[in-house]
Design a protein around this ligand. Structure first.
Ligand SMILES: [Mg+2]
Length: 175
């Protein structure tokens, strides 16, 4: 039961995810959550840090695809300044949206990693789709009220995960 919520890796910020290390793990594409993972509500156009990371991924030949639960109009507007491909209405925590994205972009589950800030949606969906995952800390601690119950449940699950497996710690790099 608890295993379904377990991320493969825990890295504090997206920008600490080294494309070279992703390559070493045979990862060809990063599926990423949008809100509070790549962009924060107070900085909707993305930061120089994000643009720098996008350039590093590109150089490593790793594709970045946004996979969001939001509707197409909202995601399209958000990613427009970043020029990123995206899948909207992903229905996370269900695996259906990730599977749809795998099919559409022609990747196998083991070629992809899902990056996201929520155990209850991003990690659960990744595990359901057989995709490895990286849990990141939310960019901002303040949250939209709609995500607060998920966040609270995520924190409870995290406490149980850590007590069952003390090796679950935030890392600075992929191991
Ligand atoms: Mg999020």
């Amino acid at each position: 039961m608890l295993e379904r919520f377990k991320p493969t890796w825990m890295i504090e910020r997206f920008s600490d995810i080294d494309p070279g290390q992703l390559k070493a793990h045979c990862i060809k594409a990063v599926f990423s959550d949008l809100d509070n993972t790549l962009i924060a509500w107070d900085n909707p156009d993305g930061t120089p840090e994000l643009r720098d990371w996008m350039a590093q991924l590109k150089q490593a030949g790793i594709e970045l695809i946004v996979v969001s639960n939001n509707h197409a109009a909202r995601v399209s507007k958000a990613v427009a300044p970043l020029d990123l491909p995206f899948e909207s209405r992903a229905l996370k925590p269900l695996p259906i949206g990730l599977k749809r994205t795998l099919k559409r972009f022609k990747y196998q589950p083991d070629q992809v990693v899902m990056v996201g800030d929520q155990l209850m949606t991003d990690v659960l969906a990744a595990n359901g789709a057989g995709v490895r995952s990286i849990l990141v800390k939310p960019l901002l601690p303040s949250d939209k009220w709609v995500t607060m119950p998920n966040r609270w449940m995520g924190n409870q699950v995290m406490k149980r995960l850590v007590s069952a497996d003390p090796t679950m710690k935030w890392q600075k790099e992929l191991k």
